[in-house]
Structures are given as C-alpha cells and as structure tokens.
Write a protein that binds this ligand. Structure first.
Ligand code: NZQ
Ligand code: ZN
Length: 406
C-alpha cells in the first residue's frame, strides 16, 4: 500500500500528459459516394423529389470533356437553372449573382459539376441563399452562424481538395484580397459522383496541383506530435505512399484507369475527417498559402509546395517524432541517425514536388522578398497569430519560415 501511495503522484502526472493520448472525437460523414465508371445515372435517383435545380460549373471544361452532356441527360424533366463561370479560387462577387438567381428561382437543390472551386462556390451559394443576416460574407469574416443551407450534390472533375466529401469551403473576396474558409455539416454534399475517367482531360499541371494539395492535407493532419493514434498514422502514411506511387503512372499514361482511380479515392480520403479524428492538426501551411494566393494569384497547391518544406524544417524539433515516422514509413529512410533522416525526408518531399514540375520557392513565382512582411501583416490583421498544433507559430516564426523559401 505504501508503495502504491508513493507512485500515485507520478501516475497522475503521466495521465495528464497531453502527448500520449488520442483526443475524444465524434466522427460522422454522411456523404454518399458513387465511385467508378458509368455512375451518372445515380444523379437522377438522388434527385427524386427535387425540382428546381441550380446547375453550377466552372469556366467551360465540363462542356469540352462531355461531362456536362452526361449530367444534363440525368436532369430531364426538371427545371434547370444554370450558373457557369465560377473560376478557380471562387469569388464572392461572382457567387453573389448566383445567390440572387437562386433566391428568385426558389431553387431546392444545387448540383455542382467541377473541382474544389466550383464545389466550394456552390457551398457558399447554398448557405448564402438561406442566410438570415445582412451580408453572407460575415459567415467567413465574422464566423457568423447559419442554421440552414440548400442541399447540394457534386460531380467531381478533379481530385484535390476533398470538398466533395467534407463541409468546408474557401472563398475569395477580390476587392479586399481576402481568401477565407468556412464550413458546416450543413454543407456536406448529399452525394458525390466520382468517376476517375474525368481525369483524362485534366492538364498535367492540374494533376500535379491536385496531388500536392491532397499530399499536404495529409501531412497537416499527420506531421504534428504523436498521440498514439496508430490507425490515423497508418492511414496517413499509406495514403501518402499511394499518391507518391500512383501519380507517376498517371503522368506517364493519362488513361491508366486504375492509377487515376487510386489517386481520386486517396485525395477524397485525405480530407473527409477520417485522418484528423482524435489527433492534433497543423493548418499553418494552408493559412499562409491562402494569403499568397490572395495577394499574388498563385495556384492553391503551388503555394503549399512553397510553404510546407519551410514549416516542417523550422518546426522540426517539435515535430521530430512524426517526422521520423514519416521518414521511415513514407520514404523508407533508415532513421538511426535522426537529424539526417529528417533532413532527407524534407529533401525527398521537395524533390517529389519538383518531379511533378511544381516549383517550391517564392522567387520561382516572381514573388519578392518584401511579400513576407505583407503576408505576416495580413495574418496579424486576421489574428492568425498562434498557428500550428502547439499554437506557437507566430507571425515572427512565419517570417522565419518564409525566409527559407526565397
Ligand atoms: O473552371 P473549369 O473550366 O472547370 O477548369 C478547371 C480549372 O481551370 C480545371 N478543370 C477541373 N476539372 C477539369 C478541368 N480541366 C479539364 N478537365 C477536367 N476534368 O482545373 C482548374 C482548377 O480547378 P479548381 O476547381 O480550381 O481546382 P481544385 O479542385 O484544386 O480547387 C481549388 C480550390 O479549392 C480550395 C482552394 O483554396 C481553391 O480555391 N480548397 C478547398 C478545400 C475544401 N473545400 O475542403 C480545401 C483545400 O485545401 C482548398 O483550400
Ligand atoms: Zn488544400
């Protein structure tokens, strides 16, 4: 008994120690996925009972690759209102036109045919139509609550963001150079059609962008500190390996169905809530990247490819355990010498981006060093001053990170 008493304070301290325990979580993802070839007929089944459909799309790719015709076939007998022209990094100013149309036409379902931009834009439209406050932008800028949204389904055309199976969206306001995220379970699609064949018409650069985006979604839920989340760590490492192994096959033979299918499914799984359940997350790369896109118009994934190597390099001491897991399980690096294993893993990551023809320095995109202050000031303005899994990536650390990326 005396021995047990002596041990008690030590045990108490240990159970309080945050780094050893998976966090409690509730996981629920109601999105129905129809994956594979010839699944378009599921659209008419899903839309039974809906009549006024807003069909949204981007700048025209779905008309060139035949997806538009296949979708339209499934919508016969419905009242269809079309809203095309949702560009990459969807803009509030454009989307508000669709909100007006949607209200006037009393639409009861939104069908989004496109990539993350069209899907995110459609999520904004869905929430803004029902929004009770003055300006729907407040949902992003002021975290204004909303209790309703028009139901939405998607026909995904590019594997990248995971928006087809999550409730998040990122919207840009051009007039103020803001690129902000918002989300709600109300914005999770009712269904998503995932046909890997849609990838055949993607330009190579969009394959690279999409895969780097998915890669970094995974690392941001994985390269933090360990909480004994063996399932999450194993899922993350395996998904990263799938991306690394399958993307060269697709770039070599654009019509390799199996490799396209593996990439598409991996990108969806990368951001549907499964990997982040119960583990710490570090979204600093995304938040810094969004500022680079808002200020300089660089593609989303390319901003991430610039920032991530800097984040994991500067934060490598705190991320040491997970970086070693990453080095060993993703890059098959011998980790007996920790420092060189981590260095090697960071180098291999950047080399992977280069092999996909994506450049990784600010100067590669003609962004001057003076941009670093602009980006850090913007983060401060937004009060994004405690980023990272330990809330210690301050604007000064962001400066340090970006200085390694000139
Ligand atoms: O506009 P169209 O004509 O459709 O052309 C698009 C666009 O030019 C083209 N494209 C898409 N599918 C195609 C195709 N071209 C030929 N064949 C096809 N099958 O590709 C270009 C890029 O499309 P986009 O939708 O912008 O790409 P992505 O899916 O990468 O989306 C990027 C947006 O998603 C946000 C990003 O910030 C960015 O605004 N994100 C959304 C997230 C979410 N909702 O969870 C998370 C992400 O981290 C990300 O922030
Ligand atoms: Zn992303």
């Amino acid at each position: 008994m005396a021995g047990l008493k002596r041990k008690a304070p030590f045990l108490k301290k240990k159970t309080k120690h945050k780094i050893n325990t998976m966090k409690n979580f509730t996981f629920y993802n109601p999105v129905r996925i129809h994956f594979g070839q010839d699944q378009y007929d599921k659209i008419s089944e899903e839309l039974l009972g809906y009549n006024n459909i807003l069909l949204t799309y981007g700048m025209g790719s779905i008309k060139q690759n035949g997806i538009y015709d296949k979708v339209k076939e499934q919508l016969q007998g419905k009242n269809i209102i079309e809203f095309g022209g949702i560009g990459a990094n969807p803009e509030y100013e454009t989307l508000m036109q669709a909100v007006e149309i949607g209200k006037k036409e009393n639409i009861d379902f939104i069908l989004a045919g496109g990539g993350g931009s069209v899907i995110d834009g459609s999520k904004f439209i869905a929430a803004a139509i029902k929004y009770q406050g003055n300006d729907p932008w407040d949902m992003l800028a002021k975290y204004a609550k909303f209790n309703d949204a028009v139901k939405l389904g998607t026909v995904l055309t590019i594997p990248a963001t995971g928006s087809e199976m999550n409730g998040g969206a990122v919207i840009t306001r051009v007039s103020t150079k803001d690129k902000l995220a918002f989300g709600s379970p109300l914005l999770m699609p009712v269904f998503s059609i995932l046909n890997p064949e849609v990838m055949y018409s993607l330009p190579d650069v969009q394959i690279s962008n999409g895969i780097i985006d998915a890669f970094i979604h995974i690392t941001e839920q994985y390269i933090t500190y360990p909480v004994n989340g063996a399932v999450q760590d194993a899922y993350s490492a395996s998904l990263l390996k799938v991306l690394i192994e399958e993307v060269p096959k697709v770039l070599e033979d654009r019509k390799n169905y199996d490799a396209n299918a593996n990439l598409m499914w991996a990108a969806t799984m990368a951001l549907n809530g499964l990997l982040s359940a119960g583990v710490p997350e570090d979204w600093s790369t995304h938040l810094i990247g969004h500022e680079i896109t808002a200020q300089y118009g660089v593609d989303h994934a390319q901003t991430l490819a610039i920032v991530l190597p800097g984040v994991i390099n500067i934060m490598k001491d705190e991320k040491e355990d997970k970086l070693l897991h990453f080095a060993k399980n993703v890059w098959n690096i011998d980790i007996s010498d920790k420092d060189s294993a981590i260095k090697n893993a960071i180098e291999k990551t950047e080399e992977f981006f280069h092999n996909l023809n994506i450049k990784t320095l600010l100067s590669d995109y003609k962004i001057p060093e003076s941009a670093i202050d602009i980006i850090c000031n913007k983060l401060e303005e937004r009060k994004y001053v405690k980023l990272g899994e330990n809330k210690n990536i301050s604007p000064d650390i962001v400066k340090k990170i970006l200085k390694t990326r000139i």
